[in-house]
Design a protein around this ligand. Structure first.
Ligand code: BV8
Length: 305
């Protein structure tokens, strides 16, 4: 298993990719946590898989919230804090630039960190499959209250107990995330974000938890894109282990509509769910380094940050 910093990419595979990109009118992309890795945000597979002593995925469920909303809110307040400190990287900007150039480009993001929207990715070409950390909604879905919210902390009890150090720097983050010795305070119901509309229920993060359906409008938009008679030319699979459904299922749906698949990942073992097809590309390395290069024939050089 070769996970290295220097992308190993043959000029020949870049050339064949550029040739195909130049002819592509309809392009679909599936984005995962690896896209934001070089912005300093942990992935679910890496150290980020563990928050204090808890498996991240075990906290991303309605059951965990009903059982201990204070614990789950501290988990999400931490991720909001990290995401607000982070900045979009060249891969986020390259994808936003591609969307500006190619009207038939649609992006399906599994990320809830808000970095693609902050890179000014055109909203009509960005489907947030799993919601956003920066939407707050009433935990009682019959209430229907929802608002966009970038305050940090949302309430005093959710302030991040850190030494004010910069959490996106590697060593601070490593020390902080997995610092199991830092006890997690037990928060009372009244200390947590309350719904200002029904004034009964708590607010919860506007993300999709395991066992919950994806946003209806997003599913509809993606199904409309897939329902078109026109073929899909290219499927970009960027920084994802493609293990979560229905998100991962879109790779095969694009294949069935004629798409050639290009995977950008630092881990060559993370292949598409049903393995490789002839004509697929695998570009091993950091998405932030590779994407601007791969998309250059269409987007040109990105403006220096
Ligand atoms: C649902 C929001 C209907 C919250 C998330 C079919 C088969 C099997 C299971 C199921 C199925 N259908 C449904 C299920 C159940 C479940 C599921 O898929 N379970 C999995 C675990 C097997 N799906 C659901 O529950 C979905 N809802 O189906 O509703 C329904 C309802 C009731 C009953 C049945 C069905 C809802 C799923 C959404 C859950 N919410 N996020 C939050 O974030 O807290 S999922 C979350 O985890 C992310 O959004 C993302 O989707 C996933 C993490 O995956 P990645 O983003 O890929 O991250 P990961 O760390 O795994 O990988 C990073 C990759 O990047 C690696 O490959 C690494 O090598 C690479 N990398 C690292 N650095 C870099 C890099 N690459 C490039 N450059 C770098 N620098």
């Amino acid at each position: 298993m070769a996970t290295n910093t220097e992308p190993q990419i043959s000029q020949e595979s870049i050339a064949s990719f550029h040739e195909h990109l130049g002819k592509s009118k309809r392009i679909l992309a599936l984005l995962g946590a690896g896209l934001s890795a070089s912005s300093g945000l942990p992935t679910f597979r890496g150290k980020g898989g563990l928050w204090r002593t808890h498996q991240s995925m075990s906290l991303a469920t309605p059951g965990a919230f009903n059982e201990d909303p204070g614990l789950v809110w501290q988990f999400y307040s931490y991720r909001r804090h990290m995401s607000l400190q982070a900045k979009p990287n060249p891969a986020h900007y390259a994808l936003a630039a591609l969307a500006e150039k190619i009207p038939g480009f649609q992006t399906l993001s599994q990320n809830v960190d808000g970095l693609s929207p902050r890179a000014k990715h055109p909203p009509k070409q960005l489907q947030l499959l799993h919601g956003s950390l920066f939407d707050l909604k009433c935990a009682d879905r019959h209430c229907g209250y929802i608002r966009e919210d970038y305050t940090d902390p949302i309430v005093p009890a959710l302030a991040i107990p850190t030494s004010g150090a910069d959490l996106t720097s590697n060593e601070t983050r490593e020390q902080d995330i997995s610092d199991v010795s830092v006890s997690i305070p037990k928060l009372k119901h009244h200390e947590l974000p309350q719904c200002p509309k029904c004034k009964k229920a708590l607010l919860r993060p506007g993300v999709v938890w395991f066992g919950e359906n994806l946003p209806f409008t997003v599913l509809e938009t993606v199904d409309d894109y897939l329902a078109s008679r026109e073929k899909i030319d290219l499927m970009l699979v960027i920084g994802t282990s493609a293990k979560v459904h229905p998100a991962a299922g879109y790779i095969d749906k694009a294949r069935q509509r004629g798409a050639r698949v290009a995977v950008i990942n630092t881990d060559e073992n993370d292949r598409p769910p049903r393995g490789w097809n002839d004509g697929d590309w695998f570009f091993c390395g950091d998405a932030a380094q590779i994407l601007p290069e791969l998309l250059k024939p269409v987007i040109g050089d990105l403006p220096k940050p």
